[in-house]
Each structure stands twice: as structure tokens, then as C-alpha cells.
Design a protein around this ligand. Structure first.
Ligand code: PMP
Length: 358
């Protein structure tokens, strides 16, 4: 049997897939989990009980139907969907990124994004057999305007992704540079606002100026990473086309109900985001006092440079604090760790664990 399986895999599974690594999720049991930009706060116990009752009454025997439409409407209200715009749902924005690659897979298509950036943009291109053009940021993690415009002229990309703020650098881009990129782009431009709950600016006010710009958001950083709801807004006709490649019933009825419940209590999540922003400032000051270089953040993460990232990562892990070592992701990130902002106690624990490794 093994020989048959070997042959089967060698001949029937795509060679590039055989060479890939599966998306690795670190085991975080018993750890202070500050590696994935999750909101560390859970729902207050009274709301947990209320949600439990709501979920118990969901018709699990039926395929997802009207409640998905209800969720789309609630999100449209929550996000202030502009007139003439449509909204589509993904199982996390990860799925929307995959669906966009599928919809834009015309011969020779390229996806372009600044790097270091969110890995799924490149991965969706690879899996769909599209080309990926990564354009280096400047050493201080700003968009390199000339390099971006030259790369757009050269590659004529089907999609340009701008994460706003960016992951893992946590910064927003210069608005003038964004406009030049949007004007130069011959295909779609996707502004990915996954970290919008923590950002000081949004592209929403400007998005209706252009017919080729889509705005992507997620409930993950809002506080529902486990619920897997991403959404994308854009001109109705464009959303209508992209939505055709979405698998039917991609949103579970339980996820939809939980998201609807959360949106009814959005003030609770807004208060959590406000707490996290305060903690972000405290962390930034503490890192500075420790003599470490960190960068301004408009997200719930902080990029920090340490003398020995592997030693700090392992040392923190030994002290039960899990962060992300991004130092090998891209040469510009040499020496860098990415810290998710946690609760005050978690952050205090993280800082002392980090200090002990320096
Ligand atoms: N966009 C960016 C910039 C991200 O950093 C992430 C996740 N870390 C996502 C999208 C995906 O989010 P989700 O699939 O949880 O909605």
C-alpha cells in the first residue's frame, strides 16, 4: 500500500503543493498567547449564557439561509456600507483572499503586494497558479512609492493588496502614496482593513471615489477570531461577479448567529478595543524603556527588534509566553519579534519574560 500511496502522491498531487508547508499553528496550551493578534477578552459571562441560548435555538438541520442575509445587513450597518456598494461574506478574510485569486485567474495574471506583508496574498497566488510580485518596503517599513509604481507598470497586476494597517509592521500607509497606487493600478485594488478596530484612519471615506477598489474587513480582530467571518465591500456589480466563485453555504449558521449576537453588543467589543489601545501605548513605552526599537502601531500588535530573536522567542516560550518570531520572514524584519497586545496581566508577564531574555 505504501508504494501505491507514494506513487499516488508523487503523480497526482501538484508538485508545488508537495513542496509546501501546511499553515503551522503553534501549540498554545497553558501559554500566554500573544502570537496571532487575537482579542484576549472573552464575552462577559452573562452574555456567554445568553449567546448559549441563542445558539441552542439555531436550526442545525437546515442549510444556512435567511440568517446569512441578516448578518450581511447587520455588517452593512456596522461598517456603514456606502450606497451602491455590495457586501460578500467569507469564512474569514482568508477565504475572501482565495476567492479573489480564483475570480481573477485570467491567463498571466499577477497579484502584487508590498512585502513584508500578510502571507496569504502570496499563498493565494501560488495555489491558484498566478504570479506573485512582492515589492519591498523601505527599511522604515513605508511603501516605496517609486518601486510600487514601477512594479505596477511592469506587472500590470490583476490585484494589488494594501493591508491598511499592514501585518506584521502594524503601520498605516501614506495616503498620497495610496492614491497614486490606486490611480496607477490597471486591475483591482484591495484595501485590507483587518485591523480597523485599532486604527486611527480608514479608507472607507475614500473608497467610493474609485470603481476598482474593494475594502476587506474581518470580525477576527474585533473579537471573534474563532467565528471566522470576513467581509468584502465594493461596487455592487464587482462584488456580484466575485461572489459567483464563493462555495454555497460557506458561512455556518452557528457562526452567523454568534456574529449577529456580537454585533448587537458591539459596544462591549468597542470598549475592549479601547482597552487594548491603552495597553498598546503602555507596551510601547515599556519597550522604549528597555532600550528596544519598536515601531508605531495602528493595530493590536507591535513589531520590536531584539538583539537575538531566536533566543528571546525560546526564552519567552520557556516562560510560557508565546509570541511570533518574524525575523526570518523577510530580510527587512531581521531581529524582529511581533507581539500581540494582550490583557494588562498578560502584557506584564510578556514584558518580564522578554526582559529576562535580553
Ligand atoms: N488580513 C490581514 C492583514 C491579516 O493579518 C489577517 C490575519 N492575521 C487576515 C487578513 C485574515 O483574517 P481572518 O481570516 O481571520 O479574517
Amino acid at each position: 500500500m505504501t508504494a501505491r500511496l507514494d506513487r499516488l502522491i508523487a503523480t497526482r498531487i501538484r508538485q508545488d503543493v508537495q513542496g509546501m508547508h501546511a499553515y503551522a499553528i503553534q501549540d498554545s496550551r497553558g501559554m500566554v498567547k500573544l502570537d496571532a493578534m487575537e482579542n484576549p477578552h472573552r464575552l462577559p459571562p452573562a452574555l456567554q449564557r445568553e449567546l448559549g441560548e441563542r445558539l441552542a435555538s439555531v436550526a442545525l438541520n437546515r442549510y444556512p439561509g435567511e440568517r446569512i442575509e441578516d448578518l450581511k445587513q447587520a455588517l452593512a450597518k456596522h461598517a456603514k456600507l456606502p450606497a451602491g456598494f455590495g457586501l460578500m461574506l467569507g469564512n474569514g478574510s482568508d477565504e475572501l483572499i482565495s476567492l479573489l485569486a480564483m475570480a481573477c485567474d485570467v491567463p498571466g495574471a499577477t497579484i502584487l503586494a508590498p512585502v513584508p506583508g500578510f502571507v496569504m496574498y502570496g499563498m493565494s497566488a501560488q495555489l491558484q497558479g498566478l504570479k506573485f510580485a512582492g515589492v519591498d518596503l523601505t527599511p522604515d517599513f513605508e511603501l516605496d512609492e517609486k518601486a510600487m509604481l514601477d512594479a505596477i507598470a511592469l506587472h500590470q497586476p490583476a490585484i494589488v493588496y494594501l493591508a491598511y494597517p499592514n501585518n506584521p509592521t502594524a503601520n498605516l500607509w501614506n495616503d498620497g502614496t495610496i492614491e497614486k497606487i490606486v490611480e496607477a493600478a490597471p486591475g483591482l485594488v484591495v484595501i485590507d482593513e483587518a485591523y480597523q478596530p485599532f486604527a486611527s484612519r480608514s479608507y472607507l471615506d475614500r473608497v467610493t471615489r474609485h470603481e476598482h477598489v474593494l475594502l476587506m474587513r474581518t470580525l477576527s480582530k474585533f473579537g471573534l477570531a474563532g467565528v471566522r467571518i470576513g467581509y468584502m465591500m465594493g461596487p455592487e456589480r464587482l462584488i456580484h461577479e466575485v461572489d459567483k466563485v464563493r462555495p454555497p453555504y460557506n458561512i455556518s449558521v452557528l457562526n452567523a448567529e454568534a456574529a449577529l449576537f456580537a454585533l448587537e453588543h458591539e459596544d462591549v467589543f468597542a470598549a475592549q478595543a479601547a482597552d487594548l489601545k491603552k495597553e498598546r501605548s503602555r507596551l510601547q513605552s515599556a519597550l522604549e524603556e528597555m532600550g528596544l526599537k519598536s515601531w508605531p502601531s495602528d493595530a493590536n500588535m507591535i513589531l520590536v527588534r531584539v538583539p537575538d530573536p531566536a533566543a528571546s522567542f525560546e526564552g519567552m516560550k520557556a516562560r510560557k509566553v508565546l509570541v511570533k518570531n518574524v525575523s526570518r520572514m523577510h530580510p527587512l524584519l531581521a531581529g524582529c519579534l511581533r507581539l500581540t497586545v494582550g490583557t494588562p496581566d498578560e502584557n506584564t508577564q510578556m514584558l518580564s519574560a522578554l526582559q529576562s531574555t535580553l
